[in-house]
Design a protein around this ligand. Structure first.
Ligand code: RIB
Ligand code: CA
Length: 309
């Protein structure tokens, strides 16, 4: 029963691809559309990759829109060294068949959020499209049901010691979003580094013949998944963006608190840091629910089960 209407904004990207497959394998979600942004790899690839995953999952009816190919004011810094030049390192998919939808992603976001007020907006890349939509139509901040985004961190970045990639790539856009007044759930590295796809999950995915299971193994079943634990003593690879969909499907598996979050947009040393007032020192009103923990086994069991369908 599709009872959660979602609009996904992403930059596929290996973990974005797992997130999309999880969303498309979950009948609880009514995917109104997918918008794409330059991020992990340039826009030409992120939009084509979103369409490739859509073809793979047999969902040609979900519109895919292309959006901004660069951040608001800075040049695009990709993460191709992580995701590969194609953006889907390990997964070779044919050229996309179903076409790109004509409207710009920003216009699609505005039109969708003006047409109904029950939409969950799920950004999992740099927030450029979302920020421009809010700039073009500030009224959508009061209409969106919630923005559930993957980005930021309370403690520790993955691009610099303090900055997480999605926010680092376009800190000005993140600043617009977190100042917008829209209800935000921020799923950052503190959560996603606790939910690693490891040997146990990969072994279970190998038992499935589903396209999603095979694609996830192609993306993640490689030697670095077996490296010594890098993330706080746990072995495996993060599937950051899949946590956004996991949260929508089972919010009880995630824990967090309402905090004030500010974005560093000027310091050379800490550019892109999400300054999360986790202990309420700042005294400013909360502008986000920050997810700091996850019941990893429950989330990963659900992820594997749905991808294996
Ligand atoms: O820092 C992790 C985030 O950056 C994920 O969304 C990943 O896809 C990359 O975009
Ligand atoms: Ca992403």
């Amino acid at each position: 029963m599709a009872d959660i209407p979602v609009l996904i904004d992403c930059d596929p990207g290996q973990d974005d691809a797992v997130m999309l497959m999880l969303a498309m394998a979950s009948p609880e979600l009514d995917i109104l559309g997918i918008t794409t942004v330059g991020g992990n790899v340039p826009l030409a690839r992120t939009e084509a990759n979103a369409r490739r995953i859509r073809d793979l999952m047999g969902r040609p009816g979900i519109p895919v829109h292309a959006g901004c190919d660069r951040p608001l004011v800075r040049p695009l810094v990709t993460a191709a060294h992580v995701h590969g030049e194609t953006g889907l390192r390990g997964l070779d998919l044919p050229e996309p068949v179903a076409p790109l939808a004509p409207a710009h992603a920003v216009d699609f976001i505005v039109e969708t959020l003006r047409a109904r007020d029950d939409v969950v907006l799920c950004p999992t890349g740099p927030l450029t499209n979302v920020a421009l939509a809010l700039a073009k139509a500030p009224d959508i901040a009061g209409r969106v049901r919630r923005i559930v985004l993957m980005g930021g961190a309370v403690a520790g970045g993955n691009v610099t010691p303090v900055a997480e990639y999605n926010v680092f790539a376009d800190p000005e856009a993140a600043d617009v979003v977190f100042r917008s007044g829209a209800p935000i759930t921020m799923i950052g590295l503190d959560c996603t580094h606790r939910a690693l796809l490891g040997p146990r999950e990969l072994a279970r995915l190998r038992l499935s013949r589903s396209a999603a299971a095979r694609a996830t193994l192609a993306l993640f079943d490689h030697p670095s998944a077996w490296d010594p634990p890098r993330y706080g003593g746990r072995q495996g690879l993060p599937v950051h963006d899949a946590c956004v969909v996991g949260y929508l499907l089972a919010p009880g598996n995630f824990a967090g608190r309402d905090c004030h979050v500010a974005i560093e947009t000027s310091s050379r040393l800490t550019l892109g840091q999400t300054v999360v007032d986790w202990h309420g020192r700042h005294g400013s009103a909360s502008n986000a629910t920050v997810i700091g923990d996850v019941h990893a086994t429950a989330f990963l069991d659900d992820l594997v089960e749905r991808l294996s369908r």
